[in-house]
Design a protein around this ligand. Sequence first.
Ligand code: FAS
Ligand code: PHB
Length: 385
Amino acid sequence: MKTEVAIVGAGPAGLLLAHLLARGGVSSVVLETRSQDYVASRIRAGILEHSSVELLTEVGLGDRLHAEGHEHRGVYLQWPGERHHLDFVDLTGRSVWVYGQTEVQKDLVAAGTAEVIYEVTDTVLHDVATDAPYITYTDKSGESGRLDAAVIAGCDGSFGPSRHAVPARHYERTYPYSWLGILADVAPSTDELIYASHPNGFALHSMRSPTVSRLYLQVPNGTDPGEWPDQRVWDELATRLGHGQDGWKLTPGPITDKSVLPMRSYVQTPMRHGRLFLAGDAAHIVPPTGAKGLNLAIADVALLSRALTAWLRENNSRLADSYSDDALRRVWRCTHFSWWMTTMLHASGDEFDAQLQLSQLRWVTSSEAGATGLAENYAGLDIGF
Ligand code: FAS
Ligand code: PHB
């Protein structure tokens, strides 16, 4: 089989890249190791930054987002006895949208612009440094397959093969804590997200819809969700989120999903080797505190689709040659912001850290300059930043 761009991975990066390439008249085939249902069911990101919403809307993927998503002006930052709202629209003119990654994935599949071969195994990239790269794989019937392409896009996340095909420098920072995440069939107890710092640990009140809440608790690495029965989860969330503070109440409800998410920062450079280009989690991982993971994947493929279309349609390789440097500027900005939000809000057990955290929280909630710095990073910088 032959195509112009062979894409490994049918997550948001892979499917959006296929969609954007198709709009430019560039053909692609996507190879995915999981089933379509499995990929669509993974509970992950919940926030779309301003430029992600603009892009999805511009390329015909915004109808359900604008009908079912919820635009938020900002977030609350909280610590014991205090809660402050940061209004991103007042500060930067940019908002964010609550619209789950699962919904983005559904919209991408419904667009029907990606030719995907699901449930492949033994995916191996070959000759990526030549002008005739190809991929071999085994399809779900056990037949061997080969996909020849002009370019390979590695959109296969942090566990896929593509990143290993790039001779790279690796940067990594792990954190001494993880997140316990729950989905609950209960109306959110807040209109906008609450990021809470507490001596017991961080907590986040997010949501998916007017009837589904998404909440997280900082827990030690290696925590088994079984150690956290529902009542304990709600009691600890109430403590950390300030239940009873100024009359505010956290309303519990039936928990429908409970999982533990480890946290790390990871970047590998460069994001290109020969005719292999990496995008999304295949090249970088951020802790979810800054709500950047999905948005970075979207920004990468916005740049990559323009670069590959110019190269393959106009024989102009300028954007392809600068793709890695262009993408990494935003990757490092978002990596710093995600690290900063994580270290500012999570309890480390160290008293010096606790004072630094309190000072940062007081600064960003009292200084317009400080608040604007957080707002422009959270609501997102222009793609191509
Ligand atoms: P993905 O990992 O989404 O997609 C990669 C695809 O490649 C997968 O479908 C995989 O099956 C496929 N693949 C892997 N190996 C393959 C192979 N050998 N052959 C073919 N296909 C292969 N971000 C946030 O902003 N907020 C959050 O709350 C949040 N929560 C998260 C929770 C979890 C458990 C995880 C893992 C991530 C979370 N993220 C969150 C980050 C997440 O949203 C990613 O940033 C986003 O999925 C990146 O999209 P992709 O780059 O497409 O990678
Ligand atoms: C979510 O809703 O899943 C979510 C929101 C904001 C974050 C992380 C996760 O920073």
